[in-house]
Design a protein. Structure first.
Length: 92
């Protein structure tokens, strides 16, 4: 069983959350501008944040929820409907 550094969990989680929020903002901005290539780049960086072994299972789950929620669209991006939900497409 893996040992987790409990004293730094908040720091690790905040670092990952900051990156995810920044990338989600840029991804949505790119989609609003119709730039799918840039949106995919930002969403890929968001998913890369999940490649960590520093977080406890609970914190990792919270990071997963935060990461995937911007990737599931409500259909408002007309040009992306064919690849929606983007998160599922990228995860394959």
């Amino acid at each position: 069983m893996q040992e987790f550094d409990e004293s730094n969990q908040e720091i690790y989680l905040e670092q990952h959350i900051d990156v995810v929020r920044t990338q989600a903002f840029h991804m949505k901005k790119s989609l609003d501008q119709g730039n799918l290539r840039e949106a995919l780049k930002f969403s890929s960086t968001m998913l890369a944040e999940m490649k960590t072994s520093k977080l406890t299972p609970r914190n990792y789950f919270n990071l997963c929820k935060l990461t995937y929620s911007p990737l599931i669209f409500d259909g408002r991006y007309d040009g992306v409907r064919r690849v929606s939900p983007l998160g599922i497409t990228l995860h394959r």
